[in-house]
Write a protein of this length. Structure first.
Length: 334
């Protein structure tokens, strides 16, 4: 069975073709960093206009690289939400129209379930149940995953997502956009023990996160340091990154131990962060937990994970396409 996956929830237009759940035949991503970089963040109106220009050629390229024609496709999987409404509408309406004229069924996918199931794009896959930390520019959440479409939200950020905090710190330090990889690069040259930035542990048994206080602490430190001749950017980045990573890892491991689950999965753009991967691997090892981390190309937004989630959902419970369906801005998974 061939699934065409289409993703346009934020600032990447992406499409992929997946054979069953076993072989990824193509995975095309068109990034919009060039148009958003000068604003230091995604401008929703510009994002949807660029999706409009890109969606058709990106889908055509995904089909071409897979050696397939539209008529060969058995299922169209498309991100229905959460995300920027204007961006979502482009991919979703395109997929519905494609489905309507071709008679190929389509399925709307919650972007979050794409991240939760992206690990199945790898050769080495986990068994259920597992604890998943999904950490991106739009979300920071911990889920207990007990099966396909059986996801229980254990905790999530009460303010900024971790990736958003990376992007805002990068903007403050004038490093560029998107901030995560740039902060991470500078952090590799810095000392994480230079500043003790606050960690918001919240209530004793809470799996929720909060990053707004940390962001303000970085701003205050920056204001103190900028009167000096040389701003210690690398040390600020390293200390900030370590504070984020420490709390992400501690809460994820605690969730696994609390729910007596021996497998941890990472997903979302921030899980491309090497410090997070490294510390998570160490801690999981310490507690005899198995860790599964998809390759960075499957962590950031991509069409392959939407194809995989759509395929798995469809196999689980085939539904008739609903052409009246609309996009949604908040995840339905909690
Ligand atoms: O999942 P994603 O591609 O898009 C959504 O937000 O849905 O994640 C993008 C986020 C951005 O905030 C970006 O700065 C962050 O992931 N990111 C990173 C790294 N690579 C991407 N954050 C920290 N370290 C990285 N290496």
């Amino acid at each position: 069975m061939l699934t065409l996956g289409i993703e346009s929830s934020c600032d990447d237009t992406a499409a992929a073709v997946l054979l069953d759940d076993t072989q990824l035949l193509s995975n095309i991503i068109s990034s919009q960093h060039d148009i958003h970089a000068r604003f230091g963040g995604v401008v929703p109106e510009l994002a949807s206009r660029r999706h409009l220009e890109s969606v058709e050629p990106i889908v055509a390229e995904a089909l071409h690289q897979a050696g397939a024609k539209l008529a060969d496709i058995d299922l169209i999987a498309v991100t229905q939400g959460p995300g920027l409404i204007g961006s979502l509408l482009v991919g979703f309406c395109y997929a519905k129209a494609l489905s309507f004229v071709s008679g190929i069924p389509y399925i709307g996918v919650d972007h979050m379930s794409g991240h939760l199931l992206s690990v199945f794009l790898e050769e080495n896959t986990p068994d259920f149940p597992y604890i998943a930390l999904i950490v991106s520019g739009g979300t920071t959440s911990i889920f207990l995953c007990e099966g396909i479409a059986q996801f229980k939200l254990l905790g999530r950020t009460r303010d900024d997502a971790a990736g958003e905090a990376f992007d805002k710190v990068a903007k403050l330090l004038d490093l560029g956009y998107p901030g995560g990889p740039l902060v991470s690069k500078r952090a590799a040259e810095g000392n994480p023990d230079t500043y003790t930035f606050p960690r918001a542990w919240l209530e004793k048994d809470s799996f929720d996160f909060s990053f707004s206080g940390l962001k303000t602490a970085v701003l205050n430190q920056y204001n103190k340091e900028k009167v000096k001749n040389k701003l210690p950017i690398n040390d600020i980045c390293a200390s900030f990154q370590h504070a984020v990573v420490e709390i992400l890892v501690a809460k994820t491991v605690k969730a696994a131990l609390h729910h007596k689950v021996n497998t941890v999965v990472l997903g979302g753009g921030v899980s491309a962060n090497s410090h997070l991967r490294h510390i998570m691997a160490d801690e999981c090892n310490k507690h005899s937990l198995r860790l599964f981390v998809p390759q960075p190309k499957f962590c950031t937004d991509n069409g392959a994970m939407i194809a995989m989630a759509g395929y798995l959902y469809y196999k689980n419970a085939q539904a008739t396409p609903d052409y009246e369906a609309d996009v949604f801005s908040r995840s339905l998974l909690g």
